[in-house]
Design a protein around this ligand. Structure first.
Ligand code: NAP
Length: 259
């Protein structure tokens, strides 16, 4: 059993929906005080209400994670509300699909600043709080898309997710002087609200391509994030773990049908 994170303060970016909301729920259920971060207020408020109704402690802050002044202000608000910042989950991200031939330079920049620049801004803003606390944890939500696999329409997304893994190597070295670690979780296909509209046939086809024969849950990702946030992971930094039910393993269509 992992040492409890009860009483720790945790910022989860992109926590009003999907994987981030799952991380926020799991961390709050473990007794952490969670700051829900997203641009939209309504979903952030709902996420807080759900956590509080389940007996957890949470607040929210509306923030565009690609804007430095907003990120700094969000960290200041977290410290004001909860007293300190112990754990930061850099999870906010977008995945608009557009093929390279149709992609505008602005499309590229938007995905890069939301997914990759935001990761840098998150770590930069966390440093003074980790320095003060004498320790810290960052858990980044990357993806298998980009670092390992490709998917038409996601060249910019994949580059941003691979970029996060490049970033954490040097960030891990620089954060070590504050006794802080940074690691990444690389999800496969995770069942989130966003996928519900794609229809059962699409979901069944996706599940059939995964050796464990199901899409991941937000809790599958949150549990891996929880490990990186735990005391037991104190000596792991600059690393990544794939959580995908074996999705990247089949080397051909035949391999998956042989199971
Ligand atoms: P989601 O359900 O669409 O949720 C995205 C969250 O990020 C929302 O809370 C959204 O709230 C927030 N967000 C978006 N842009 C933001 C910004 N500029 N500043 C602050 N918050 C912002 O997405 P998800 O599927 O859970 O994905 C979360 C992370 O997991 C992403 O980094 C994604 O790349 C990664 N991932 C997902 C999957 C998957 O299968 N779902 C697989 C691999 C990796 P607002 O729109 O209100 O800001």
């Amino acid at each position: 059993m992992l040492t409890s994170i009860a009483g720790k303060t945790c910022i989860v970016t992109g926590a009003s929906k999907g994987i981030g909301k799952g991380i926020a729920h799991v961390f709050a259920a473990q007794g952490a005080k969670v700051m829900i971060v997203a641009r939209g207020e309504a979903d952030a408020v709902s996420a807080v209400k759900e956590i509080v109704a389940a007996g957890g402690e949470a607040d929210y802050c509306c923030c565009d994670m690609s804007e430095w002044s907003q990120v700094e202000a969000m960290f200041a608000k977290t410290a004001e509300v909860f007293g300190r910042v112990d754990i930061v989950c850099a999870n906010a991200g977008i995945f608009p699909q557009v093929k390279i031939a149709d992609m505008d330079p602005e499309d590229w920049d938007h995905v890069m600043s939301t997914n990759l620049k935001s990761t840098f801004l998150t770590v930069k803003a966390a440093i003074p709080y980790f320095e003060k606390a004498g320790e810290g944890r960052v858990v980044v939500t990357s993806s298998i898309t980009g670092p390992v696999t490709g998917f038409p329409g996601w060249s910019h997304y994949g580059a941003s997710k691979a970029g996060q893994l490049g970033f954490i190597k040097t960030a891990a070295m620089e954060l070590s002087r504050y006794n802080a670690t940074i690691n990444a979780v690389m999800p496969g296909n995770i069942y989130t609200e966003g996928l519900q509209g794609l229809g059962q046939d699409y979901l069944d086809t996706m599940a059939a391509s995964i050796p464990l024969k199901r899409l991941g849950t937000v809790e599958d990702i949150a549990n891996a994030a929880l490990f990186f946030a735990s005391k037991e992971a104190a000596y792991i930094t600059g690393q990544q773990i794939i959580v995908d039910g074996g999705q990247i393993l089949p080397e051909s269509l035949e391999a998956i049908t042989e199971i």
